[in-house]
Write a protein that binds this ligand. Structure first.
Ligand code: SF4
Ligand code: SF4
Length: 108
């Protein structure tokens, strides 16, 4: 497993309402987590955006990740509105974790 994703799994997934408190995901098979599915893009945007405000990073993420996500779009998303997207829900902590990593990576 990619060490960057492992770090996220330990810190984010363990606190996620869709997780099992040990880092495993309990989402039903027919659903997906954008944080996991688009993790290389999420990580790249946050890494590249170090020094920007959380609001600026969120805007960049919506332009890169939400724009390709099948659950919604950059402009609107029902999961975003209902706080059902882990990427949106945990963004401050995700930014903190990824921002503290010292290396860039390319694959999960
Ligand atoms: S929904 Fe995403 S953040 Fe939450 S436990 Fe599953 S993979 Fe982790
Ligand atoms: S907010 Fe919506 S469109 Fe953006 S990543 Fe989450 S589920 Fe996908």
């Amino acid at each position: 497993m990619n060490p960057a994703w492992e770090s996220i799994r330990i810190s984010i997934c363990r606190r996620c309402i869709d997780g099992d408190n040990s880092g495993a995901c309990r989402l039903p098979e027919e659903e997906f987590c954008p944080l996991e599915s688009y993790f290389p893009d999420v990580a790249d945007v946050i890494f590249s955006g170090r020094g920007k405000t959380p609001a600026e990073v969120q805007k960049l993420l919506r332009g890169r990740v939400c724009a390709q996500c099948s659950a919604g779009s950059e402009a609107s998303c029902p999961k975003r509105d209902k706080l059902e997207c882990a990427l949106e829900r945990s963004l401050p902590l995700i930014i903190e974790k990824i921002g503290s990593l010292g290396v860039r990576w390319t694959t999960v």
